[in-house]
Ligand binder design. Structure first.
Ligand SMILES: NC(=O)C1=CN([C@@H]2O[C@H](COP(=O)(O)OP(=O)(O)OC[C@H]3O[C@@H](n4cnc5c(N)ncnc54)[C@H](OP(=O)(O)O)[C@@H]3O)[C@@H](O)[C@H]2O)C=CC1
Ligand SMILES: CC(=O)N[C@@H](CCC(=O)OP(=O)(O)O)C(=O)O
Length: 349
């Protein structure tokens, strides 16, 4: 059995890890930390876990995490910077759900996250945990940076086109909508029911901190610099991300392929991917079809008037966008079947 520790067990991604890992046949939940709820039984705070998790929250320290084989950080930015080295030094793998190790360039990270990078020496070995791109590197990794929620939905939608050089590398627009759980469990005015309910708004239009992460991944896929306009929106749902991506095709290549060729390209690219579902041509995926599941559902269209390629991509921000993808990475690292503990079907309605 794999002994698992979770730092930050009281946040939304932490409790989602608990939900998934408590059902995982190869996992023994060993340590769950919270500074604010130290000593409190996990099942007292989260009654859905009664009968499934019998641990109490403990202090987040390297000493307490020592019995683990792997530690998940489900914490705000900067926490893994401070603790990851000590955890790794004990021979424990680290899977970080925050953005601490996602950007290769520490200066760029400091600009977007407005704080000093606290673990520059670990950056060269951190592996970006998008299995659809980095599966082989993940197998060997000690330290995994789980991609952000918006970056997961946008990259999966664009990879096949950029890898094949079928679209322009500038002029791409990613218009993304997120549920409110994306903002975390901490009390914030904008996440209040009366503020977020029955309303919708864009935010961080001039530049969101996921932009450099998306750009980094797309640039790697294309082999040349990619620029895009990424605009996130807050929508009145609890879970889910819906990304509508507009990409200018390279005219001759797209005309040669046609929309059927594009559909076939996506189907081939993701044929062996357990968590990417390319929907039948003409589909319009709904966020509720992936609610609670680790699936990314994608549909490809071409706009009749402008010829723009329009890709629709939906995920559950807390599952494929965070905790589910983190468990997928753990399965790969420990050489387990990638779908183990993750075969949850989306909830309808
Ligand atoms: N919500 C989402 O959809 C997604 C979130 N993420 C990322 O995952 C991480 C966690 O997000 P989320 O679960 O939403 O966050 P929350 O704010 O809901 O939870 C944060 C957790 O971290 C703990 N924590 C806070 N500060 C510290 C600290 N200094 N040391 C140790 N533990 C600490 C908190 O517990 P306590 O204070 O009691 O110790 C709490 O359990 C973030 O980096 C977020 O950006 C990534 C993708 C999607
Ligand atoms: C709706 C909402 O507020 N979403 C968050 C992004 C989700 C998240 O936690 O970001 P990381 O992937 O960087 O960890 C935001 O825009 O800041």
């Amino acid at each position: 059995m794999i002994k698992v520790g979770i730092v930050g067990g009281t946040g939304y991604t932490g409790v989602e890890l608990l939900r998934l890992l408590s059902q995982h046949p190869e996992v023994e939940l060993t340590v769950i930390t919270s500074r604010s709820e130290k000593g409190i039984p996990v099942a007292q705070m989260f009654p859905n876990l009664r009968g499934h998790v019998d641990l109490c929250f403990s202090e987040p320290s390297a000493e307490n995490l020592a019995p683990c084989d792997v530690v998940f950080f489900a914490t705000p930015h900067g926490v893994a910077h401070a603790l990851a080295q000590q955890v790794l030094d004990q021979g424990i793998k680290v899977i970080d759900l925050s953005a601490d190790f996602r950007l290769e360039d520490a200066d760029e990270w400091e600009q977007w996250y407005n704080q000093p990078h606290g673990a520059k020496s670990l950056l060269p070995e951190a592996v970006y945990g998008l299995p659809e791109v980095n599966r082989e590197q993940i197998k060997q990794a000690r330290l995994i940076a789980v991609p952000g929620c918006y970056p997961t939905s946008v990259q999966l939608a664009l990879l096949p086109l950029l890898e094949q050089g079928l679209i322009e590398t500038s002029g791409i627009i990613a218009d993304c909508k997120s549920g409110v759980s994306g903002a975390g469990r901490q009390a914030k005015m904008g996440a209040l029911f009366c503020e977020a309910g029955e309303s919708m708004m864009a935010y961080a239009v001039s530049g969101h901190r996921h932009l450099p992460e998306i750009r980094q991944g797309l640039t790697r896929a294309a082999g040349s610099q990619v620029n895009l306009t990424f605009v996130p929106h807050l929508t009145p749902m609890i879970r889910g991300i819906h990304s509508t991506i507009y990409a200018p095709g390279k005219t001759a290549k797209i005309e040669a392929l046609g929309v059927d060729g594009l559909q076939a390209l996506f189907e081939q690219r993701y044929a062996d991917e357990p968590f990417v579902d390319v929907m039948p041509a003409g589909s319009h995926p709904e966020t509720r079809s992936v609610k609670g599941s680790n699936m990314c559902r994608i549909a490809i269209h071409q706009h009749k008037d402008t010829g723009l390629i329009v890709i629709l991509s939906v995920i559950d921000n807390l599952v494929k966008g965070a905790s589910g993808q983190a468990v997928q990475n753990m399965n790969i690292v420990f050489d387990l079947p990638e779908q183990m503990g993750l075969q949850v079907v989306g909830l309808l309605p």
